[in-house]
Design a protein around this ligand. Structure first.
Ligand SMILES: *Cc1c(COP(=O)(O)O)cnc(C)c1O
Length: 465
């Protein structure tokens, strides 16, 4: 591969600053650093224009599963390209989407029988919400009053208006309050790791689920569904729910005739060491949204799965208005479907889940070393999803002032040492590709440890000068 000349690299750096606006990025702060421009990837590593290697500790924002440039996925996409790159899914079909839908149904929790494709996690959630609301208008004993949703405090369900309305992270919503769909119900649980009731699991008997039951008792006639990130809230900073919580939600939903919507966008495809997080508690949700890992981190593709019961409520004569009127230009894109099929095939050939189940406890052991660091206040893990919370005081868990930008600075220090890791606030989120070797996992943790030390040393030096 011909190396890029120093001149063309300089031009790219200049144009990156001049023309591009990045997501979830304060651009003034970003412009102060030399942009990191990724040129290629291989396995767990990505490489910048100059050829420096970085461990992909974010799995390219939680999407990569089997590593970069996996030959099976590469060639599946190439093969699809010899046929067609895209044809519409509005009324037409194609083999890759049919095979993928079948494969997803076979893998999904028992009872999810139909697959509705879209393009990303936010739209998969949006589809789930619209499906739930329309279902209640058209089911055999219609309950059109059921239009509200319950979501958890600190939940994250995407950036489109519906998903944003059901996200609990205030800073993401604040400027858009005029757009948000009002009158949903926020329930501020579960927070085992810093329980507001100051109770201990399991003697608390999961008191954090009680407010949901109370709410359902009073309002279930207005409530279409409960949406939840099963087992662990991701963007909240990696917050696991207490064992049995998901199962309890499921029972409450069944008892009060409310749909359970599992947002598996982050947790799906092996992240938590099961194919889908719902499996940990043997729960089949009524609707399940998947996206991030679906194509192994190759192409934007998402799906919303549901039961035959919900699907049937949408059947009728064309003039009856029961049709699900939702879709996107690139719904069911064939290249994406081909990548997703290859992604699923690799789970079998490389026994990915068994590997993750074997390695996740070893990752925990590596992470344990970090607890010796005075800034590490908490380490939370669910399979290959890890949050390392940095605090000013390990004992009191007093947070750093936001203006100190500790998480951001640790991320930059790690990058200089060869690890990509992105914080949420001051929680460093480690999401390795599921294919990462034990050695690579250990390297990631070691670099993070060093990066924290580097930032601490420079902070102390600043204070002294
Ligand atoms: C990332 C994420 C989304 C949004 O997915 P996008 O593909 O970024 O739109 C929704 N829900 C959860 C739980 C997520 O982690």
């Amino acid at each position: 591969m011909p190396k890029k000349s120093a001149r063309s690299i300089k031009q790219l750096h200049k144009d990156a600053r001049k023309y591009v606006w990045h997501p979830f990025t304060q651009m003034r702060e970003w412009e102060q650093e030399l942009p990191l421009i990724i040129d290629r990837g291989k396995g767990t590593f990505v490489y910048d224009l100059e050829g420096h290697a970085y461990l992909d500790g974010t799995a390219s924002i939680w999407v990569n599963i089997h590593g970069h440039r996996h030959p099976t996925i590469d060639s599946a996409i190439r093969h699809q390209l010899t046929k067609i790159a895209h044809s519409t899914f509005l009324g037409l079909s194609h083999p890759s989407a049919i095979q993928l839908a079948k494969a997803l149904v076979q893998l999904a929790p028992n009872g999810l029988e139909k697959v509705f494709f879209s393009d990303n996690g936010s739209t998969a959630v949006e589809v789930a919400l619209k499906m739930a609301i329309q279902y209640w208008q058209q089911c055999s004993s219609p309950q059109p009053r059921k239009t509200k949703f319950i979501h958890l405090g600190l939940a994250y369900h995407g950036d489109t208006v519906g998903g944003m309305s059901l996200s609990g992270i205030e800073s993401f919503r604040k400027p858009f309050s005029s757009l948000l769909v009002p009158e949903h119900h926020t329930v501020h649980t579960p927070y085992c790791y810093r329980c507001p009731l100051d109770l201990q699991f399991p003697s608390c008997q999961m008191a954090c689920a009680d407010p949901i039951e109370t709410l359902l008792k009073r309002k279930h006639r207005d409530i279409a569904g409960i949406i939840v990130e099963p087992m662990v809230q991701g963007v909240a900073g990696l917050i696991p729910s207490p064992p049995g919580y998901l199962k309890r939600l499921h029972e409450l939903c069944q008892h009060y005739q409310v749909l359970l919507i599992a947002d598996e966008v982050a947790t799906g495809f092996g992240r938590t060491s099961r194919m889908f997080a719902c499996e940990h508690e043997g729960v089949t949700p009524d609707i399940m949204a998947v996206a991030k890992g679906m194509t192994g981190g190759y192409l934007p593709l998402a799906a919303t799965l549901t039961t035959d019961k919900i699907y049937s409520a949408f059947l009728g004569e064309p003039h009856e208005g029961k049709t699900f009127l939702h879709g996107h230009s690139y719904t069911g894109n064939p290249l994406g479907c081909a990548a997703a099929l290859a992604n699923l095939a690799i789970f079998k050939t490389e026994r990915t889940l068994a590997k993750v189940q074997r390695r996740a406890p070893k990752l925990s052991a590596f992470l344990k070393k970090l607890t010796a660091d005075p800034w590490v206040g908490d380490i939370r893990q669910c399979g290959y999803m890890v949050g390392i919370e940095l605090v000013m005081n390990q004992r009191t868990k007093e947070p750093f002032p936001v203006t100190d930008r500790i998480g951001y600075r640790v991320g930059l220090a790690a990058r200089a040492l060869g690890l990509l890791i992105r914080p949420i606030g001051n929680t460093m989120i480690l999401m390795p590709p599921l294919s990462a070797t034990l050695h690579e996992l250990q390297q990631m943790v070691d670099i993070l440890k060093d990066a924290i030390s580097v930032v601490r040393t420079s902070t102390h030096t600043e204070e002294l000068s």
